[in-house]
Write a protein that binds this ligand. Structure first.
Ligand code: FPP
Length: 260
């Protein structure tokens, strides 16, 4: 896998052919993009392969899209890699996903360092097997000073569980007199989410056509622009991603207000 060649930190040469997208405005890139990566199983089934082979191919798409986001200057990319509900999948599939993750985290260390990418994880990290936690810890520690892009992996993540955790934390602080219940604002709530300190996603992309949110970033996507594509995640490409960004650039975001 070749990421963009690095000359100095923050100095990148573009692999992406922007000339294919004449209407693409490099000055108006969303700061935070979140993606629900769906369709690995269907991709595999269509080819008479097993689901794990679909996930393996999906991991390659992760590399492509991380690279693309870094190239075009997206500040935060959040990928839904494993949900709280995914624990209910067959043991073998869960184990395969976990080893794929650990392998990815190890093999991507150098690329993340070379490309000034900081890795972060959101979700119930404590539920992950020790070898994945170890690989995560290593990659996060190694990349902690990188400022080119924040790459958030949502692992054992669920929006409802995140809300429950936030309510508990705030309630404990209120009980201990560290928070005045009357002064709880959305900022206080937001400061107790996994995404503390990050802007909400500007754009949420879901692959493989299902029209649902699947418990992803429930609080954070209140005003996020949503784009659903029928493409299965393993087939998702840089070119399609750029077309989606172009579509985003033509949307009018009013955040509940009017445009006049
Ligand atoms: C949904 O497809 C995808 C997942 C549950 C896992 C996503 C994992 C990857 C993309 C690969 C590993 C990730 C990293 C970061 C290396 P599905 O299995 O639900 O597909 P289906 O709906 O077609 O069955």
């Amino acid at each position: 896998m070749i990421y963009v060649k690095k000359k100095r930190k923050n100095s990148l040469s573009f692999n992406t052919d922007f000339s294919l997208h004449t209407d693409f405005d490099t000055a108006s890139i969303p700061s935070h993009v979140a993606i629900i990566m769906d369709g690995n199983g269907r991709w595999a089934k269509k080819r008479m392969l097993n689901r794990v082979q679909g996930h393996r191919k999906g991991a390659e798409t992760v590399r492509t899209i991380v690279e693309c986001c870094r190239e075009i200057g997206i500040s935060i990319l959040t990928l839904y890699a494993f949900s709280t509900e995914n624990w209910q999948r067959p043991k073998m599939e869960v184990a395969a996903l976990m080893s794929l993750l650990a392998k990815f985290l190890k093999s991507e260390q150098k690329n993340m360092l070379d490309n000034n990418i900081r890795l972060n994880a959101i979700g119930q990290i404590e539920r992950l097997p020790e070898h994945v936690r170890q690989a995560l810890h290593e990659a996060m520690t190694l990349t902690k000073n990188n400022e080119g892009m924040l790459f958030n992996l949502a692992l054992s993540y669920g929006g409802r569980a995140e809300i429950v955790r936030m309510v508990r934390d705030v309630a404990i602080k209120a009980k201990e007199g560290r928070i005045d219940p009357d002064s709880i604002t959305y900022e206080v709530v937001s400061d107790h989410l996994y995404t503390k300190g990050m802007p909400d996603p500007d754009l949420l992309v879901r692959t493989s056509g299902e029209m649902r949110i699947s418990n992803f970033l429930l609080c954070q996507i209140a005003y996020t622009e949503i784009f659903v594509t029928d493409t299965l995640w393993p087939d998702f490409s840089k070119e399609e991603f750029l077309r989606i960004l172009q579509n985003y650039q033509h949307r009018e975001r009013r955040f509940g207000s009017t445009n006049n």
